[in-house]
Design a protein around this ligand. Sequence first.
Ligand SMILES: *Cc1c(COP(=O)(O)O)cnc(C)c1O
Length: 509
Amino acid sequence: MTGPAEAPLPAGAGLAGGVGGPDTLEPLLAVVLSALRDGAVRRDGPLPAGGPAAVAEGLAGLLAPQSLLPDTGDPQALRLLTEALAATAADPADPYCAAHLHVPPLAVAAAADLAASALNASLDSWDQAPGSTSVELAVLRVLAGLVGFARPEAAVGVLTSGGTESNLMGLLLARDSAAKDSGAAARLTVHCSTAAHFSLARAASILGLGADAVVPVDTDPDGRMDPRLLDWGLADTRAAGRTPVCVVATAGTTDLGAIDPLPVIGAVARRHGVRLHVDAAYGGGALFSRRLAPLLAGLGEADTIGLDLHKLGWQPIAAGVLLARDAALLAPLEQRVAYLNPEDDEGAGYTSLLGRSLRTTRRADAFKIAVTLRTLGRDGLGALVDRCHDLARAAAERIDAEPALELTAAPVLSTVLFRYLPARADPDRVNAALRRRLLADGTAVVGRTVLGEGPGSVRLKLTLLNPHTTTADLDRLLARVRSAGAEMEAEAEAENEAEAAQEDQESNS
Ligand SMILES: *Cc1c(COP(=O)(O)O)cnc(C)c1O
């Protein structure tokens, strides 16, 4: 006898896992791969041409409510939507897509991530992730060794969504350990450089420390925290009756790639009895490079460290990591939940990672990292880091040699700050406009930031994270920047002349 539970399921309800999963996936993967190819050909560049209005218009039909949730399903959805997604992507695998800490993921990592998706382990309890729990612990063990903790065997960690979550956790753990002794959260402070990541201010605010809890420390001309100013800031804060709970050093600032002087900062933090969190979201991956790893000396002195392998690590998003020097530091996150990690199960060896994370359901992001580490080895990953560093230096040389461009600083990791120099027009306006022109034309994705304050502070930024980019690509990219600059400069001058003419006319009438 068959009941409603045996009625046929709708088309498209095949599963990814199990013995039959690969057979179900295989034709779907063929569809995805050919749609990715077709979409990239249709896009024909680093991003779609035409700007936001053209992208929205191109997708409007596919994304209309009746197309997105029709009454009867559409077997073409995977092909149509994948091709549209690829056609409208800003693709970091294109050498002219070089604005952000946005990497082209390694194919092997993306393939491994498919396996993680198909199996869908959830790291909150052992019985949802038996092998994946071991994989995450093993990846953390390797990374704890790489950062140079004195006793890596005592270290623990957890995968996070990225530097933002790692920073939030670093501050939360520092806050909870200090709050035990000192009471009112409103009097706690966090000390980081003016070039530190904006997520620290947001984390302080989420934690109820108040917007003024973050005490900024000025940087030297290279964008690195000045440790003497940190020392004074910590002393002043205490003298004012507030309690510093955390010093945050940055290893690789988002714009300049500056690495704070970790050994000195560590010594200052220790002398003041304050926790040290290092935001190595960007710079942490430089540890794979024997050439650049010495820049991170002193990292192992940190209490907690955030690393993003979706930056210098070439992982599909997300691949954040929080490491703590000692398991005891993670104690504030401990959770005992009857249906996830009962004490007797844990006692019997059924380790659950629930009590290390802010999240409950959590995907097996460590798996793609494990596959990548083994596939490339330290030397392979180091070679990718070195290649990006070499590209940044090559771009800096070219910019320096080009009179229409001005190099801001020698690259530390893989970012290059510079600007186009117009003869007469306002450089901030021309640089902002030329970047938008490149986006609208679909010819390049170049970053934009400000260095310092006031007129003349706008800078362009290349974040070179594509190890397949060539120096010939850099030449063409910089030529595109120069020609968009010349075009915007001419436009700005024409507008200035028109304005001046109008003013003349008004003053004459
Ligand atoms: C990227 C970055 C972050 C934020 O990390 P997400 O992975 O985007 O959450 C924080 N700090 C620094 C220095 C970064 O480069």
